[in-house]
Design a binder for this molecule. Structure first.
Ligand code: TXA
Ligand code: MG
Length: 353
């Protein structure tokens, strides 16, 4: 090794952080990298984020390039606490603080009027900004160390399933990262719920980790009219594109209350293909046990399903199946977020039984 080469820094700092710490050195390095305009992948309670200084347009641009994300799809600004909201937003209504008191730190993102301090590219040129305070000790320590809001989309390549483990992050973004803070599997597994306070009444833009029933306790008139647009339609609101969170292989979603009829429809689809993967709850999985299909079990309830969903899609992709079939959950609680992600992964291939 030459003298010069021995001074070359490693391409990627991959820190495995356990329990309550101490993580001081890793967090210091990651905070410095954020301030220097670099990219840090870090865990949140929902999914891993790909972070950069939210107030630095060049750093924000690196995120879009690393993810191959269209510049029309805005990012979320992460804050160390609700007190930092004015650093990214203006004209903040009292409801934002009421929601923050109740749900932050936590999986709720609010769309608000954008502060002039936030570079336009973070918000894809919109006059609004999306912000949240994540509920994860490593994310919060990183935000404290960086001393700036951190822009972070999910740390996956554009339109791929969101990453719930550090391995998923490395699968998609290994060559793009400066630092990876690795704490193992994330706890919620689907992204934050997004609520726009720009409209009256407020609008649910993306179901996620905070369920709609809980939100309606504070926003009784919360509107939800999901948009599932195909590629030829122009999206009136960001995040409305239908094909999203997709495994590489096609996915067909089956919905219906009659177990036997749904299983029969799924089996008929399975019979038409050679190498099928099934994503199913533990209870539903039994119906496919002896069909020679690859089964990814989501667990016994919607909470487990949310946590395992994206990993299940990635696992079946890796096993090289040529079709995935899945059953839609009930649209309540976390089930609504799971339903939304499955329908987008299916790009609209929904069979109602
Ligand atoms: O749980 C999460 O929210 C994760 C973790 C890392 O915090 N982040 C995440 O980011 O899911 P991303 O980029 O994958 O999704 C952000 C969503 C997009 O659908 C985007 O369109 C929407 O937020 N969004 C961002 N800014 C917005 C704005 N000003 N108005 C409406 N939607 C916005
Ligand atoms: Mg995403």
């Amino acid at each position: 090794m030459t003298n010069e080469a021995s001074h070359v820094l490693p391409k990627l700092y991959h820190f495995k952080l356990k329990g309550k710490g101490p993580w001081a050195e890793a967090i210091d390095i990651a905070g410095d990298v954020i301030r220097a305009g670099g990219l840090v992948a870090f865990p949140t309670e929902t999914v891993y984020g790909l972070g950069a200084n939210a107030l630095d347009a060049a750093a924000v641009d690196k995120i879009f390039r690393a993810k191959q994300r269209p510049a029309t799809n805005p990012l979320i600004a992460h804050l160390a606490s609700m007190d930092d909201l004015p650093a990214v937003a203006r004209d903040i209504p009292p409801l934002a603080y009421e929601l923050g008191e109740r749900f932050w730190p936590g999986p709720l993102t609010l769309a608000l009027p954008r502060s002039a301090a936030v570079p336009a590219n973070l918000s894809a040129g919109l006059d609004s900004v999306a912000a949240r305070v994540p509920d994860h000790p490593v994310a919060l320590a990183l935000l404290e160390a960086a001393k700036t809001p951190i822009a972070a989309p999910s740390a996956n390549l554009f339109a791929r399933p969101s990453p719930t483990t550090a391995l998923h992050v490395l699968e998609d973004l290994h060559d793009e990262l400066d630092v990876l803070l690795d704490t193992g599997e994330t706890s919620i597994g689907v992204e934050s719920t997004i609520v726009s306070l720009l409209d009256e009444p407020p609008q649910l833009l993306r179901p996620g980790g905070v369920d709609m029933e809980s939100l309606r306790q504070l926003i009784p008139d919360l509107r939800y009219s999901p948009q599932y647009l195909n590629e030829r339609e122009t999206a009136p609101a960001p995040g409305a594109m239908l094909r999203h969170y997709s495994p590489r292989v096609d996915l067909v979603l089956f919905s219906g209350d009659d177990d036997k009829a749904v299983y029969a429809a799924m089996r008929a689809e399975i019979a038409r293909h050679k190498n099928v993967g099934v994503i199913a709850s533990n209870a539903d999985a039994r119906a496919f046990a002896r069909l020679g299909v690859k089964i990814e079990r989501l667990g016994k309830n919607d909470k487990r399903a949310a946590k395992r969903l994206f990993a299940a899609m990635r696992a079946l992709d890796r096993q090289g199946v040529d079709l995935i079939v899945a059953r839609a959950p009930k649209k309540r609680g976390l089930g609504l977020a799971v339903w939304d992600r499955l329908l987008r992964a299916a790009a609209g291939s929904l069979v109602e039984v």
